[in-house]
Design a binder for this molecule. Structure first.
Ligand code: KG4
Ligand code: ZN
Length: 306
């Protein structure tokens, strides 16, 4: 309820300021795209109804975007805008995607817009949640990912032995709650305040466990029959956790070992942003996916139900 009210207070100003900063008016807009789920439904409804209002009053086409599809497709925006400029490779379908955010951790085979195969997913916490919770235990603030990343880069990743849940098992699913519990157990034995060196080593060791799990599960994913059949040439990481320097570096090496190209969105397009929703809206519009009659936004909406 609080989030929904905050959205109502902010939405008009956000739209006005965004148009102003771009030097555009509402008449310059070709397509209206908005998130229709998944997410905390009060906030989603406010954004969705604003988009419906704009589309109806201007007669412009309306596209309902799945938030996760925004993360999944935005690496293609980077490739589209950077092509030629810095030699960025284009991210063509099919590609193998690790989608790691605050709410999700999934390995997907992306066959096209709206065409996703779930290869693996977390059985409990998301990767981002694990970063946030460990940071909270260390009193490092919220969101935890960026600070754990920074501190971990200065630490020794061998200092603490965190578990690697499921890594001795077949399959591509994740489990991060065991890593979190291990962190709590370590910290219960030591009285704060923690020294800078301790925090750096702790962050580095925790992060190494998360990265090892990602590498292990992605290696299994590459042996999944659906993935072998599709033969994706590109390994992509997206979502807020894709900002993580250790994650990016390790996945780049993994891709190289498997003769795949590695791609990730630029940093500002990894965490939640409006550009990724606009881009997914455009890609859906291009295949004719527009809203013709009223729809209800969805609190839950898997990429496999597009
Ligand atoms: O994709 P996102 O912005 O929101 C969701 O859709 O959930 O992801 C937010 C998550 C947070 O858990 C945050 O701690 C994490 O992304 N994150 C990072 C880093 N930057 C953000 N995790 C690890 N390393 C980072 N550098
Ligand atoms: Zn997100």
């Amino acid at each position: 309820e609080l989030a929904a009210r905050a959205h109502i207070l902010a939405i008009d100003d956000v739209i006005r300021r965004t148009l102003g900063a771009a030097g555009k008016t509402i008449n310059d807009i070709d397509i209206v795209a908005a998130t229709a789920g998944p997410g905390l439904i009060g906030g989603v409804l406010v954004g969705w109804m604003a988009a419906v209002g704009i589309a109806q009053s201007t007669g412009k086409p309306l596209v309902a975007v799945n938030h996760l599809e925004g993360h999944a497709l935005v690496p293609r925006l980077h490739a589209a805008s950077a092509s030629g400029a810095d030699g960025a490779t284009s991210v063509d379908f099919p590609y193998l995607l690790l989608l790691a955010s605050g709410g999700h951790c999934q390995i997907l085979l992306v066959r096209g817009v709206g065409k996703y195969d779930m290869i693996g997913q977390t059985l409990d916490d998301s990767a981002g949640e694990a970063f946030d919770k460990v940071a909270k235990m260390l009193n490092l603030g919220y969101p935890g990912g960026p600070v754990v990343d920074r501190r971990g880069a200065m630490g020794n990743s061998q200092a603490f032995k965190f578990p690697r849940p499921l890594c001795d098992k077949p399959g591509c699913d994740f489990s991060f709650s065991g890593i979190k519990t291990a962190a709590r157990t370590f910290l219960n034995k030591i009285n704060p305040p923690y020294s800078d060196d301790f925090i750096n080593d702790f962050c580095a060791s925790f992060q190494a466990a998360v990265v090892d799990c990602m590498i292990n599960r992605l290696t299994h994913a590459m042996q999944d029959s659906r993935v072998i059949m599709a033969a994706p040439k590109t390994l992509v990481v997206a979502g807020g956790v894709a900002k993580n320097s250790a994650v990016r570096a390790s996945l780049e090496k993994l891709a190289a070992r498997h003769n795949m190209v590695f791609a990730a969105p630029p940093m500002n397009l990894c965490t939640d942003n409006g550009a990724m929703i606009a881009w997914a809206g455009l890609e859906n519009y291009q295949i004719g996916r527009v809203v013709k009659s009223p729809i209800a936004p969805r609190p839950r909406w898997s990429l496999t139900e597009m």
